[in-house]
Write a protein that binds this ligand. Structure first.
Ligand SMILES: Cc1cc2nc3c(=O)[nH]c(=O)nc-3n(C[C@H](O)[C@H](O)[C@H](O)COP(=O)(O)O)c2cc1C
Length: 224
């Protein structure tokens, strides 16, 4: 595998958050392969503390309504609530990412209605035919949440390798109780995020968004 490094960089580089999907369903065999390969993700003491529910078809459509109704009615229940706002360089990156996303869609920063409408698309999974929910069982916390992050990135890279696209979404953890009810998930499984996935709708303006990254020197320090 001479070109493994190139191939790897290519797959990592191709992954980005896609916010419009075609309705074409992904064959079950491909979904199973992606999630089977992702089982190779590392975890603290090999605990593999991820619990995943993948929803498709009619159940997916029902959930779009559940989430949208919950958000519009002001209902909000997060297992892992936001603690405060981003500050400093983190806030700058947050604002920059939002600017990129809205300007790709021709939405002015001041146009609250259009921004809200674009945000609401989170709850309909950006029209994706599938959504996966990533739960962390009690009593796990920060350490094991990192395991889930590694697992989820492996899933997303696997999707790219199959010509698929995805969007990780904390927005899908904002109605935790309703979600558990709808999917028959025990109270002890806490929702961290969801990932909408499927084939990219390449014509949608939201998918023109490309956000940058900090330079290596800003984040890595070499010692010795
Ligand atoms: C855990 C996690 C949660 C995220 N939640 C959302 C979300 O709720 N809605 C959304 O549109 N994007 C969400 N994103 C996508 C980020 O905005 C995106 O990863 C970041 O801007 C970098 O862009 P890229 O993924 O296209 O490289 C989330 C990403 C991660 C890793």
């Amino acid at each position: 595998m001479e070109n493994a490094a190139e191939l790897f960089a290519d797959i990592v580089g191709q992954r980005r958050s896609v916010r419009a999907f075609s309705k074409e369903p992904v064959p079950r065999s491909i979904i199973e392969e992606v999630f089977t390969v992702a089982q190779q993700a590392p975890s603290n003491c090999n605990t593999q503390p991820w619990r995943v529910v993948i929803v498709s078809g009619e159940r997916c459509d029902q959930l779009r309504k559940v989430f949208s109704d919950a958000f519009l009615s002001g209902e909000f229940s997060m297992d892992f609530p936001y603690d405060g706002q981003y500050e400093g360089v983190y806030q700058e990156r947050q604002y920059d990412a939002a600017d990129q996303l809205y300007s790709a869609q021709g939405i002015e920063r001041s146009d609250k209605d259009k921004r809200n409408a674009a945000f609401m698309r989170n709850f309909t999974f950006f029209d994706a035919p599938h959504v996966a929910f990533f739960f962390l069982p009690e009593p796990f916390g920060l350490r094991e949440a990192a395991d889930l992050g590694m697992y989820a990135q492996t899933v997303m890279l696997g999707l790219v390798a199959h010509g698929l696209a995805s969007c990780p979404q904390t927005a899908l953890s904002m109605s935790a109780d309703r979600l558990r009810d709808a999917l028959g998930v025990p109270e002890t499984d806490k929702i961290l995020f969801g990932i909408s996935f499927g084939y990219e709708d390449t014509g949608h303006p939201a998918n023109r968004c490309r956000v940058g990254r900090a330079a290596l020197d800003d984040v890595v320090r070499f010692v010795g």
